[in-house]
Each structure stands twice: as structure tokens, then as C-alpha cells.
Design a protein around this ligand. Sequence first.
Ligand SMILES: Nc1ncnc2c1ncn2[C@@H]1O[C@H](COP(=O)(O)OP(=O)(O)O)[C@@H](O)[C@H]1O
Ligand SMILES: [Mg+2]
Length: 236
Amino acid sequence: MKRRGILVTGTDTGIGKTHVAVRLVRALKSTGLKVAAMKPVASGAVKVGDVWLNDDALALQRAAGLDIPYDWVNPSLFRMAASPHLAARVEGVVVDLNRLVEALDRLAALADCVVVEGVGGWRVPLNDDEDMADLARRFDLPVVLVVGLRLGCINHARLTAEAILDSGLVMGGWIANELSPQSQASQDMLYALEEIIGPPLLKMPFEPLQGGAVLATNNHIEIVEILRLVAPSASI
Ligand SMILES: Nc1ncnc2c1ncn2[C@@H]1O[C@H](COP(=O)(O)OP(=O)(O)O)[C@@H](O)[C@H]1O
Ligand SMILES: [Mg+2]
């Protein structure tokens, strides 16, 4: 059976993939779907009690709220916050894509759709021979590109969109993520991107931090286009 879900990739690391993926999980859940979330490979771990965990994976696991073990959400975790193939090398292991595909299928079997957050950018190496694009090909989900609206993003967005298409995958669309309060500069970038790669599926507003927590300025996000990607036959 065809897997249902999306793969969230980004123009870079630190541009809002987790932020957006968590909000997509919540919004999809609010339509009544059973949503699983996955961070197949993560580098950078914190020790909680006796176990090592990754912040992104924890945020996704919490958002999905399914009663499943952590390592189903994040089957491949490295302690060092470095490119996964480098972090894996330090631990003397090799990222095995087959294991990750099995983990995805396990989640896909128990949920209506799976929101997967990729690692870093599109061509980040996962082992000596394979990179994020190879994993995306194996996962075979529509790809959603998160563009963090900051200087340099037009170039990164064009390069990544071209690379996704070169990988032979369906580019489901892109999401404009405001990394700072909306400004003339961020609007100009958005308009430029609209002209070059088409209108975004979603515009994610900047959500300022208050008291250390992100304030939900926009609890309701319009996810009709995202729903079309994850559940084409669902009526909404
Ligand atoms: N729309 C937004 N509003 C407020 N803060 C954001 C937004 N998008 C991202 N951030 C913040 O930017 C930082 C990087 O985002 P994150 O989602 O972790 O990026 P990535 O997953 O691509 O590495 C985080 O501190 C996150 O809270
Ligand atoms: Mg992340």
C-alpha cells in the first residue's frame, strides 16, 4: 500500500523544519486524522535519566501524542551535534537506510499519515554512500520544502527545489517560514520566491518567544493543501 504522509525538508539547518513539522502534526490531528511523526536520523542528544534523546524527536513525539516507544520515532540517534555521517563515524556505526524504511513502515501501519522531519538540508550525507535525498527516495513521500525567510534563502530555495526535482520526487510544495518578525525584506523574499518557485502551500508566521515558550499566535493554520498531499481522498 502507498505510504501516506509528507517529508519535511529545509533550505538549511535551523530554519524551522521542526517548528513547522510540529504545527503540521497538530493541525492534521485537528482534522481527525491519526498522525505519526518521525525524525529518522538525529544528531545531537541530551541525557534524560539513563537515556539519550533528541529535542526535535521529542517535540515531534509529543505533538503526535501516540503511545509508542521513542526509538520508533527516532530510530537513529547520535550524541554529537554534527553531520550524521560524521557523528555516526565517531560512534563507529553506519546509518542503514533499510532500517529507517522499516521504521517508517511500522509508523505508517499504525497511523493515517506520517509527518517526517528530514535531517539538515537536502544533500546532507547520512553515510559514505548515501544522503538525505537517497533516504527521501526510499521513503517515497511528497516532499515539502520549508524556506526560512532570511538573507540567502532565495538561492538556497532554488537550489533545493531543483535538487528535489532532480531526485525524481514529487515536490509537494514549499512553506514560507518567518524566522523573525515580518518585515519589508521578508515580504520581498516571499514575493520573489512566489515568482520563481510558485505560491507557498502555507505562510508560517513568526511566533515570538515569551517566558521561554513560543506563543501560539496562530493556532489555526490553513492546511487544505497539506491535507491534499497526505490524504488525497479525504473529504474535509
Ligand atoms: N515561525 C517561527 N517563529 C518563531 N520561532 C521560530 C519559527 N520558526 C523557527 N523558529 C525558531 O528557530 C529555531 C530553529 O528552528 P527549528 O525548527 O529547530 O529548525 P530546524 O528544525 O530546521 O533545525 C528554533 O529556536 C525555533 O523555535
Ligand atoms: Mg529540526
